[in-house]
Design a protein around this ligand. Structure first.
Ligand code: PBG
Length: 328
């Protein structure tokens, strides 16, 4: 036998020399769920270890992560129903608790990278990412609302805005609105290929942001999020986002869509982000809780597989745990 691939696996030192993909804390983004008030800390039942925190708790969390070299965060607000309406007015009120929290975080930790989500669902009584009219999700009518939200977030100090609504034309529209408002330096991490997936359940439970049960309201997000059966369509979205001025392209979810990550990596020049979503993390946590999988082994292998597929950046609920493992 002339060729013996096992020679390159013989020792830890040789395996390290031949390792193709690396996963570092610097590649990861930690999601944060923010609630109004003080001293609030409730665990998301389907995501053990993830909490809905008020600003004081979020500041402690960010401090702990920063000390371990984890510097990027994507924050989502859990907005009480009484502050929601059909047009997401609260989303661009400069005094809302989400924007105030962003200012406080950037003031305390100017070196962190703070990412937002630009979509109407946490603020909309209908629970959709765009405006609902006559039983439809209205595309062009949603854009000015999303632009007001984006400018308010840029003003609050977010470094990267993450439009997650999948409306057509939003990246160009938001880029233009940001530039006109003087925020040319604020980046856009576009949710480019976001699928109408069954794996967002724990997230929607955490924010209480699922589409409202009403016969006039579409029950799902299939008219704007992508069909899980499609992959070539992701290239159309990626080309549009690139032309419209996005700075990152995101694929979401991650694990069931590794082929989409690989395709965008091969065909696009922009950095690729992958969102390892709540339901994907919940599955692994549930198996570990049952003693069926070993968390400290299965979790890093999972994140590594997302990197291997081509993700430069991974948004994952496991970011802090991974950072802790690395610093121990
Ligand atoms: C909202 C949004 C969702 C997620 C991120 N931004 C839910 C949805 O589209 O319904 C899901 C993230 C996760 O499941 O971890 N636009």
């Amino acid at each position: 036998m002339l060729i013996r691939p096992r020679r390159n696996r013989r020792s830890a030192a040789i395996r390290s020399l031949t390792q193709e993909t690396h996963l570092q804390v610097g590649h990861l983004v930690q999601p944060l769920f923010l609630v109004p008030g003080k001293g609030q800390r409730t665990e998301v039942s389907s995501l053990p270890g993830t909490f809905r925190l008020s600003l004081d708790g979020v500041l402690c969390e960010v401090e702990e992560c920063m000390a371990m070299g984890l510097r990027a965060f994507i924050m989502f607000p859990a907005v009480p129903d009484e502050w929601k309406d059909k047009v997401a007015t609260y989303s661009y009120n400069p005094e809302n608790f989400y924007l105030k929290a962003a200012r406080a975080i950037k003031e305390a930790f100017p070196n962190c990278c703070l990412i937002s989500d630009v979509a109407m669902d946490p603020y909309s009584i209908d629970g959709h990412d765009g405006l609902v009219g006559e039983g439809q999700i209205l595309n062009d009518e949603s854009l000015p609302i999303l632009a007001k939200m984006a400018v308010a977030q840029a003003e609050a100090g977010f470094d990267l805005l993450g439009p997650s609504d999948m409306m057509d034309g939003r990246i160009g529209y938001l880029r233009n609105a940001l530039d006109e408002a003087g925020y040319a330096a604020t980046g856009i991490m576009s949710y480019t290929a976001k699928y109408a997936s069954a794996f967002y359940g724990p997230f929607r439970a955490a924010l209480d942001s699922a589409p409202r049960e009403d016969e006039d309201i579409p029950k799902d997000k299939k008219t704007y999020q992508m069909n899980p059966a499609n992959v070539r369509e992701a290239l159309i979205e990626a080309d549009l986002d690139t032309e419209e001025g996005a700075d990152f392209l995101m694929v979401k979810p991650a694990l069931n869509y590794l082929d989409v990550i690989a395709l965008l990596k091969e065909n696009c020049e922009l950095p690729i982000a992958a969102y390892h979503v709540s339901g994907e993390c919940a599955m692994l946590l549930a198996a570990c809780k049952n003693g069926w999988l070993e968390y400290e082994q299965a979790m890093p292998e999972t994140l590594l597989s997302i990197r291997r597929a081509g993700a430069d950046v991974i948004i994952t609920y496991f970011a802090k745990d991974f950072a802790r493992m690395k610093t121990q």
